[in-house]
Ligand binder design. Sequence first.
Ligand SMILES: Cc1cc2nc3c(=O)[nH]c(=O)nc-3n(C[C@H](O)[C@H](O)[C@H](O)COP(=O)(O)O)c2cc1C
Length: 411
Amino acid sequence: MKLFTPLALPNGAAIPNRVAKAAMEENMADADHAPSEALLRLYEAWAQGEAGLILTGNVMVDSRAMTGPNGVVLEDDTHLDRFRRWAQIARTHGAQVWLQINHPGRQMQAALGQATLAPSAVALELGSLSKQFPVPRAMTEQDIAEVRQRFTKSAQLAEQSGFTGVEIHAAHGYLLSQFLSPITNRREDQWGGSIENRARLLVDIVRSVRSVVQPGFAVAVKLNSADFQRGGFSPEDARRVVEMLNPLGVDLVELSGGSYEVPAMQGEARDGRTLAREAYFLEFGRDIAAIAQMPLMVTGGIRRRAVAEQVVESGIAMVGIATALSIDPYLPRAWKNGQDTVPTLRPIAWKNKVLGSLANMAVVKFQLTRLSQGRATRPGVSPLKALLLQQLSATCQTKRYRRWMERRAVR
Ligand SMILES: Cc1cc2nc3c(=O)[nH]c(=O)nc-3n(C[C@H](O)[C@H](O)[C@H](O)COP(=O)(O)O)c2cc1C
């Protein structure tokens, strides 16, 4: 069974098996926006589950730019001891553990009270929820240089903390994905227009990160196979980006898709084929495999062992799993022992797709919270209840975040 054979990375390191725990934002920072005890307990469960690769939820490279109010921030070495414990606990059972680093760009809630930056001043279109996201300010050359420097610094700090790699988040409509998409990137300078220009910031960041970390430290990229919007980042663009990443010493490219506007990562733009329906980006993965020189991973929809095996048999190196590992963190171990567990959530068929997608996220986060408390998961939780609880805690966390930022400003 190929699923449980090791994968040799271009950097010489090995991932013990082909199952990866994909990134899930936990929103479990402590009062300093460093990893909390609850977060560590959650990773203890995933470590015991024996996924070969554990990707952390996205960690912010800038405390002023948050994907959520209670996110972990890694911008200096003040709380490195807590990051060290995080890496150590997650690595206990031999997994590679990569810190995902991210900047939200325009996908940052207005309630957080920060200036929002993006490649161009293009606001999110989320129907009645649009006003929760401010119109961003187009970034200056100096802003762009600072972002590159921040990704580099966070990667360096991740290595110092004992993580075995980083994954640069260039998917799901966040800042680097905004640069890649012609819908959000209307720039007419060297950062916009052709795909070479739109990919320049990602390429610069990858180069810069690679130049400061050890050769054995993994550098990965999460990329959309498309953003599923007319005139947006296309599969052809994705192929070109992978070609540009080929010579840069990238150890893995994870393929996903979509953004807050079109949540394809949750299966909203899947095509009709059975396997594709359970591994949303497999078709794209196969196309890209034809030109990629680094191992590929596809994430999205996978929860059955047979599907995971087919993905790997088809030539994709790694299988990324998020939702199913929030319900059963020990899934890889169970599969390895021959059990065919299929962790599944109740489908959410709400008319309002945006709210439905938020409810889906809330149900998953509900499971993460239970695991972080050492409790059993409850996949049958009511989506409405999970969403309301999530909104309530986000309101409190937002107030706490704003107070934290104010305190830092007066120092
Ligand atoms: C609650 C939640 C949080 C997520 N946070 C992140 C994140 O921080 N970074 C990321 O790249 N993807 C994130 N994702 C997307 C997952 O990594 C994955 O691409 C998506 O859920 C599809 O995989 P699945 O069908 O196995 O869940 C998140 C998904 C969920 C449900």
